[in-house]
Design a protein around this ligand. Structure first.
Ligand code: ADP
Ligand code: MG
Length: 611
């Protein structure tokens, strides 16, 4: 048996690092500036534990572009490196000095978070450089400065040099294919993206780019409402003020800080979904947080900072990462708790914001069981006849159980989607003492479908799904004032209506109910609504004919008049007009049928005049 260690050929590994390590070339800036931050933070830590006794000053990082020399230089005033350290940290690929430092000073870094991790970041500079130079002078007393140089082959040179100040300059000689990185705007943009909230001042073209103490790194107790609002402005200068926010702060079992803002959302749902940025120790990582934040919370805005989400990771890795899963459920819980807190402490303001909050809440309830459990308590239903009057589920039950429990012992939640269009149905239901709630939001249709099977003692019925008498339980008895002959005649007259899929039924309703009421049964209408907004697997319903029930109120006095009419043709036209009026009120009369209705009405009116 032979045992041994796999040997890595440096000649081969170099091109791999250059080509495949980072798909995005601009990342090299993030890596080099992060190293400069680390070097600065390390020095601060050493000073705080008494290992560095020199003058700390106010260390900053400078990025300098020299178009003539085709160089980009990143300079810091951090720990610097001795010749031995360059040999150890730079000449050894994948040996992380950051990792080593963290292990040595565990618990002493005093909030000075170190970014580095894998010991590969520095080499990303070769993706864009034909040559890289390091000029560095260690913070340790009596050390000489050194210059390291490498052209991207595994050979380097290391020699003494003259550098007066403590710290490191990394000089990149930008290669021909990467000249885009010699454009000052490009560099500015990249720096703004990655460095906006780094903890050490970063200067470019004599200006400081970053806010070194972004709000999320502070204690909630030290922040005022204004501070939170100002930070939101800093993130999204053009956005409308947020409704409220959540300050995230955990250190066990993972590290996470951040602020999530609830934006104002209108009915049209015009909210952007990529407004949460992920940071790691104040370094921007990505604004694609799909795998870290549950889908329904992507409507929120703000920042999440977690060093426990590694910087250089692929998507598939993130999904499987146990920390990422924990983070996701933590955020969900926090959001639910916050909503619950506002609901309990300030119901009025909660109600005022319900239009926006409701969207998150319903979306969340559909997709997350844990969230749903909590949200059941603060889910609100607004009374459509009394805008501003809200019921929780419990309150609705209390108020509606007596009148709205059906024979299967289910509470029928009556709802309307349009107060104007469904007014006659709403009034009819209200007259019976029913509570009708408004469910007009873009998520409501899906929400109802989703919740019904889960809430086994409740069901939803739209006010126009049936005549008011039948909304809760179908009322079989029908006492009309018509004689049997008259009923037969009326049925025959309505029988001529050529509308397809219309089911006509004669009923003895009250005299002031409409002469004809058109209703669309809940199930089919709901399916067609879902199909109309493109619900998955719903296209079958889209092609189904509309199912329409036409209830003829035999007690309406107009029928006495029509039955007294001797002209059969006129009788038919009058009946047809009543039916069309009812269809019209449900937006179901269109095209040639509508034209025919208009013509027929004109004809009937002129006939009247002649009489
Ligand atoms: P990592 O940051 O993950 O440790 P890098 O490849 O980015 O890996 O850097 C390797 C090591 O080189 C660092 O850990 C650090 O010890 C050293 N180093 C890099 N840049 C600097 C710098 N600007 N100042 C001091 N040391 C540095
Ligand atoms: Mg690094």
């Amino acid at each position: 048996m032979q045992k041994g260690a796999i040997r890595v050929q440096t000649e081969n590994i170099f091109p791999i690092i250059k080509k495949f390590l980072y798909s995005d070339h601009e990342i090299f800036i993030r890596e080099l500036v992060s190293n400069a931050v680390d070097a600065t933070q390390k020095l601060k830590t050493l000073a705080s534990v008494g290992e560095f006794k020199g003058e700390l000053g106010t260390p900053e990082i400078t990025v300098t572009l020299d178009k003539e020399k085709k160089t980009l230089t990143i300079s810091d005033m951090g720990v610097g490196m001795t010749a031995e350290e360059v040999d150890k940290y730079i000449n050894q690929v994948a040996f992380s000095g950051a990792e080593e430092f963290l292990n040595k000073y565990k618990g002493q870094t005093d909030g000075a978070n170190i970014i580095g991790h894998f010991g590969l970041g520095f080499y990303s500079s070769f993706m864009v450089s034909s040559k890289v130079e390091i000029f560095t002078k260690s913070h340790k007393p009596d050390t000489t400065a050194v210059r390291w140089e490498c052209d991207g082959s595994p050979e380097y040179t290391l020699e003494e040099t003259s550098k007066e100040s403590r710290g490191t300059d990394i000089v990149l000689h930008i290669n021909e294919e990467s000249e885009e990185f010699l454009d000052e705007h490009r560099i500015q943009t990249i720096l703004e993206k990655f460095c906006k909230f780094l903890p050490v001042p970063v200067k470019y073209a004599d200006k400081q780019l970053n806010n070194t103490h972004p709000a999320w790194t502070k204690k909630p107790a030290d922040l005022t409402t204004e501070d939170y609002q100002n930070f939101y402005k800093e993130l999204y200068p053009y956005a409308e003020a947020p409704l409220f926010w959540i300050h995230l702060n955990v250190d066990y079992p993972f590290n996470l800080t951040g602020i999530l803002y609830f934006p104002k959302i209108g009915k049209s749902f015009e909210v952007q979904k990529d407004k949460i940025s992920l940071y790691s120790n104040q370094v921007f990582v990505t604004d694609e947080v799909k795998d870290i934040v549950p889908e329904f919370l992507m409507l929120l805005h703000g920042v999440i900072d977690s060093p426990d989400i590694p910087l250089n990771v692929s998507r598939s890795y993130l999904q499987g990462d146990p920390n990422v899963k924990k983070i996701s459920s933590y955020i969900t819980k926090k959001v639910a708790d916050k909503l619950d807190e506002i609901f309990r402490n300030d119901r009025k303001s909660f109600e005022e914001k319900w239009e926006s909050i409701g969207l998150f809440a319903k979306y969340g309830m559909m997709t997350d069981d844990k969230f749903s459990e909590k949200a059941n308590k603060f889910l609100l239903l607004e009374d459509i006849t009394e805008p501003g009057k809200f019921y929780t589920l419990e309150e609705y039950k209390t108020e509606a159980t007596a009148l709205q429990t059906n024979k299967d012992n289910k509470l029928v939640v009556l709802y309307a989607t349009n107060a104007v269009q469904q007014d006659s149905y709403i009034q009819a239901a209200k007259n019976k003492g029913y509570k009708i709630v408004k469910l007009d939001n873009i998520v409501d249709a899906a929400f109802i479908n989703n919740m019904e099977p889960r809430w086994d003692n409740m069901m939803f019925t739209r006010v126009d799904a049936d005549i008011a008498d039948n909304l809760i339980n179908v009322d079989e008895k029908s006492e009309s004032v018509l004689t049997t002959d008259q009923e037969t005649k009326l049925k025959e007259l309505f029988g001529h209506i050529p509308q397809q899929h219309v089911k006509v039924e004669l009923k003895g309703l009250s005299v002031d109910a409409q002469p004809v009421i058109v209703t669309r049964p809940e199930f089919m209408r709901r399916m067609k609504d879902m199909a109309a907004v493109g619900g998955a697997g719903m296209s079958w319903y889209a092609n189904m004919p509309d199912e329409i029930n036409m209830t003829v109120n035999a007690n309406h006095p107009i029928y006495q008049q029509i039955l007294d009419e001797s002209d059969n043709d006129k009788q038919q036209k009058q009946v047809r007009n009543l039916a069309d009026l009812a269809l019209l009120s449900q937006n179901l009369l269109t095209g040639a049928d509508l034209t025919a209705f208009v013509n027929r009405s004109v004809e009937l009116m002129s006939a009247e005049k002649k009489n």
